[in-house]
Design a protein around this ligand. Structure first.
Ligand SMILES: *Cc1c(COP(=O)(O)O)cnc(C)c1O
Length: 358
C-alpha cells in the first residue's frame, strides 16, 4: 500500500519552534520567549471583540474593506497598496507565493526570523542564507553580492529578530542601488514601532523611492494582538495586487478585524505602552552587559545574548528557577530575551545573576 507523499521540500522543512510555555504544576512563568507585548489588551479592544462575538456564525468581511481603508489612511497610501492577512507571517507567505516558485532563489540574512527558511521552500523556492556581520547587523554588501539571475526576493529584517540592530538608511540605499529592480525587496518591519535609532531606514519613505520594495508590518508586537492574527504589507498597487490574490479567503477573522480596527483607534494609548517597553530596553541591556554579556544594541522589544555553546544549558537553568523564566534559545548561537515589564526584567536579571559559573 502506498500512501500519499508530501513534496520533498516540505518533508525536509525545519520545524518552527514556538516560544516556551508554562507548566501546570508551577507558578505562572515569566514569559520572555515570544516577543509578545507584556500588557494585556486595552479595555476598548476587548469591548470591540465582545461586540462582534455574537456574529461569528457569519463569515468575516472577505476583503477586510474597512481595515484596508483605515491602514491606507494611516500610512497615506491607496487602499490598493495594502494587503492584510492572518499575521504578517501569512502575508509574507503570500508574497513568496505570488513572486517565487521552483528554481527561484530567496535571499535573507541569517540568523534572522525563523519563518524565512520555512516559508521559502513551502513556496517552492530555494533559500539562500547570508551570515550576519560580527556585530549582528545585516551584511548588506554580501547580500547584494549573493543576487543571481535566479534571485526573485531579498528579505531584510529591520530591526533584526533575534539580534536587535536596525538597518541604517545609508546602508539600505547603497543596497537598493546595488540590487537590480527586477528583484523584489521585502523589508520586514515587525518591530518598527520600537525603533529609536534615528539613522534607521524609514520604510514608508523608502517606498516612495523604490518601486521594487514591499514592507511587512504586524499588529502582533507593538499593538499587542499576537493572538488575534493580523498583519499587512504595503507597497505599490502593482506589487500588492498579486499578493492580495494569494491571501487565503476569510483568513482574517471577524474578531481579528475588529481588534485591529479598535487598536488603530487606540494608537496613542498603545504607543505609550511601547514607550514603556522601550524605556526598559537599555536597563535590561545594561544589566546584562554589567554581568559580562556582550549584548548588541537592540531596536526591537528583545535583546540578544550571544551565549554560544552555553545557550541550551542557560535556557534550561532559567526555566528551572521558580517562577520559571522562559527565553528563546537558538542552540549553539544565543538566547533572545523579550523586554517585559520592569518586574519581569528584574526576574530575568536575577535569574541570569544566579546562573552557575560557566
Ligand atoms: C513576530 C514577527 C513577525 C510577526 O508575525 P505575525 O505573524 O504578524 O504574528 C514578523 N516578522 C518578524 C521578524 C517577527 O519577529
Amino acid at each position: 500500500m502506498t500512501l500519499p507523499v508530501a513534496r520533498p521540500s516540505v518533508a525536509a522543512l525545519p520545524a518552527y519552534v514556538p516560544g516556551a510555555r508554562g507548566q501546570v504544576d508551577r507558578l505562572p512563568p515569566v514569559k520572555l520567549s515570544s516577543n509578545e507585548n507584556p500588557f494585556g489588551p486595552l479595555p476598548s479592544v476587548v469591548e470591540a471583540i465582545e461586540k462582534v462575538a455574537g456574529t461569528v456564525n457569519r463569515y468575516p468581511d472577505m476583503f477586510a474593506v474597512e481595515l484596508h481603508e483605515r491602514l491606507a489612511e494611516r500610512f497615506s497610501v491607496g487602499a490598493d497598496q495594502v494587503a492584510v492577512g492572518g499575521g504578517s507571517v501569512a502575508v509574507l507567505q503570500h508574497v513568496l507565493q505570488a513572486y517565487t516558485g521552483a528554481g527561484d532563489e530567496v535571499i535573507f540574512p541569517w540568523r534572522s526570523f525563523e519563518a524565512y527558511p520555512i516559508l521559502t521552500p513551502i513556496a517552492g523556492a530555494t533559500a539562500v542564507r547570508v551570515p550576519l556581520n560580527d556585530d549582528a547587523t545585516h551584511d548588506l554588501e554580501a547580500m547584494a553580492a549573493a543576487v543571481t539571475d535566479r534571485t526573485k526576493i531579498v528579505i531584510l529584517c529591520s530591526p533584526n529578530n533575534p539580534t536587535g540592530p536596525s538597518i541604517h538608511e545609508d546602508q539600505f540605499e547603497a543596497f537598493m542601488a546595488a540590487v537590480p529592480q527586477r528583484v523584489l525587496v521585502v523589508l520586514d518591519e515587525a518591530y518598527v514601532e520600537f525603533v529609536r535609532d534615528t539613522q534607521t531606514v524609514d520604510g514608508l519613505e523608502a517606498l516612495k523611492r523604490h518601486p521594487n520594495l514591499v514592507l511587512t508590518r504586524t499588529f502582533s508586537k507593538a499593538y499587542g494582538l499576537a493572538g488575534s492574527r493580523v498583519g499587512f504589507a504595503l507597497g505599490s498597487a502593482a506589487l500588492i495586487t498579486p499578493v492580495r490574490a494569494c491571501v487565503t479567503p476569510f483568513s482574517v477573522s471577524t474578531v481579528a478585524q475588529a481588534s485591529a480596527l479598535a487598536s488603530l483607534d487606540a494608537t496613542d494609548e498603545l504607543l505609550e505602552r511601547v514607550d514603556a517597553i522601550v524605556a526598559e530596553r537599555p536597563r535590561l541591556r545594561d544589566g546584562l552587559r554589567d554581568l559580562g554579556w556582550n549584548v548588541p544594541v537592540s531596536e526591537g522589544n528583545f535583546v540578544w545574548l550571544p551565549a554560544g555553546e552555553q545557550t541550551v544549558r542557560i535556557a534550561q537553568e532559567l526555566a528551572a528557577v521558580e517562577p520559571a523564566v522562559l527565553v528563546r534559545p537558538f542552540a549553539g548561537e544565543g538566547i533572545r530575551v523579550t523586554v517585559g515589564t520592569a518586574q519581569e526584567n528584574d526576574a530575568l536579571l536575577a535569574a541570569i545573576r544566579g546562573l552557575s559559573a560557566h
